[in-house]
Ligand binder design. Structure first.
Ligand SMILES: Cc1cc2nc3c(=O)[nH]c(=O)nc-3n(C[C@H](O)[C@H](O)[C@H](O)COP(=O)(O)OP(=O)(O)OC[C@H]3O[C@@H](n4cnc5c(N)ncnc54)[C@H](O)[C@@H]3O)c2cc1C
Length: 401
């Protein structure tokens, strides 16, 4: 095996590398003679490479953890499905993954786990995947943390993806953390932006930090795969191209990996959720200004008339006026509807983090200085209990309902 670090013919014997090495691993017998690297002492920290002004030290592309980064190829997307239906977050990841794979000159691959889901592989290819790794087993019919994580760990160890993206959904958040730890991968949760560094080729993972007050860009330069969960509705879905061709790799998995200590008894859909707000084109959201759970009935009436989903601030959810699945914001859902109507919501940063990319924001608030007006496209200053019934009545008239 060749040495992982070498002094090349570009060396001018200046001795800078000898001074730069914190481990005393480089020696120079005399001035103006070639330095020698003691590979027993060298930790491949790269200090000498940085110190050398003549670019005369070559070091194999290795992370400080000793991982051969170059052996990790391709961009993977976890294809989340529920009862055989691919979830829309997957299409958003494929749209973004395509760009990343093209920047890296690598393939875009989807990983699909389920039962009788083989037909769905074509859907993933039509949305941009070059290859689909498919594990089709009755034991994988429904998501289970243990078996799904076991299968993914196995596939990651076998195929070594460079980047691995997963939706920041309930399933995605629970699943990838279980995969990242055993494969020693860096994982960034809740990303809102992804890009490839043109120089290092590392994945740049951007996410809100400190309550949404700053955007942090995180890299995992020493580990692979680079894993991220990505928030729903932040990225655009990949277009459908039924003419696209791709490869489907049917993977065989040992039975033992499909065993789970937990048993799924039944699936109970949340009754409260009429429209999944993450998918809604229009959202009418209420905050503390609504005052009671009963008053949310006014919001639901308006939502029914205009075909909207009902959202809420955390203050309303914490008051038990509406279920958590309706919460919009940093610790709730990120939404990106065409129209977001905020009623009695002040517009704190944690709420804005989940809705400020909406196309049109309408705010109804009695306080003209409420921060929500700073992001609002249209603002109505006044008492919501007067304005809401008026709006509902007018929409009914206009829409003939
Ligand atoms: C770590 C962390 C995470 C958080 N995550 C979230 C999150 O995901 N989502 C979220 O929403 N919050 C979140 N919060 C809470 C957030 O900081 C705010 O406390 C919350 O958003 C306030 O909700 P609100 O706007 O409904 O209530 P308030 O701030 O109390 O605002 C109520 C508004 O209603 C108006 N109002 C009152 N009566 C009327 C009326 N009759 N007519 C018209 N207007 C009226 C008032 O003028 C006021 O502006 C988080 C906080 C922390 C610390």
């Amino acid at each position: 095996m060749s040495d992982p670090i070498k002094i090349t013919e570009k060396c001018v014997f200046c001795g800078m590398c000898v001074k730069a090495c914190p481990f005393g691993a480089i020696t120079q017998a005399q001035k103006k003679t070639a330095p020698v690297i003691d590979l027993q002492k060298c930790t491949l920290c790269g200090s000498c490479v940085v110190a050398c002004k003549f670019d005369a030290i070559w070091m194999k592309e290795k992370s400080s953890s000793g991982i051969d980064l170059a052996s990790f190829k391709d961009v993977w997307v976890f294809a989340e499905q529920h009862e055989g239906v691919i979830q829309s977050i997957t299409f958003e990841l494929l749209g973004e993954g395509r760009k990343l794979a093209d920047s890296l000159g690598m393939k875009l691959c989807a990983v699909l786990l389920g039962n009788n889901v083989q037909a769905r592989a074509d859907e993933l290819i039509a949305r941009g995947a070059d290859k689909v790794y498919l594990v089709d087993r009755p034991e994988l019919a429904y998501f289970q943390d243990e078996s799904y994580a076991n299968v993914l760990i196995e596939l990651v160890k076998k195929h070594k993806p460079n980047v691995f993206l997963c939706g920041a959904s309930t399933i995605g958040r629970s699943l990838v953390s279980r995969v990242a730890v055993p494969v020693n991968a860096g994982l960034t949760a809740d990303c809102t932006g992804l890009a490839i560094d043109p120089v290092t080729k590392n994945l740049l993972q951007t996410r809100p930090a400190f309550g949404g007050n700053i955007m942090a860009t995180i890299e995992a330069p020493n580990s692979r795969p680079q894993m991220s969960t990505v928030r729903h509705k932040v990225m655009k879905e990949a277009e459908v191209n039924p003419a696209r061709k791709g490869e489907v790799c049917l993977e065989t998995i040992a039975d033992v990996l499909l065993q789970c200590r937990a048993k799924r008894l039944k699936f109970i859909p949340e009754v409260e959720t009429t429209t999944n707000i993450a998918e809604a084109n229009i959202i009418v959201a209420g905050g503390r200004g609504m005052q009671t759970a009963e008053h949310f009935g006014m919001l639901r009436e308006l939502a029914d008339v205009i075909g909207a989903g009902v959202g809420a601030s955390r203050a309303a959810v914490d008051s038990n006026w509406i279920a958590y699945s309706h919460q919009v914001g940093q610790t709730g859902k990120t939404v990106c509807p065409k129209i977001y109507i905020a009623v009695g919501i002040s517009g704190q940063i944690q709420h804005l983090a989940g809705m400020q990319s909406s196309d049109i924001i309408v705010a109804i608030n009695k306080d003209p200085d409420a921060p929500i007006f700073k992001v609002a496209t249209y603002g109505i200053v006044g008492d919501l209990f007067t304005i809401l019934p008026l709006l509902t009545r007018e929409f009914k008239k206009v829409l003939g309902k």
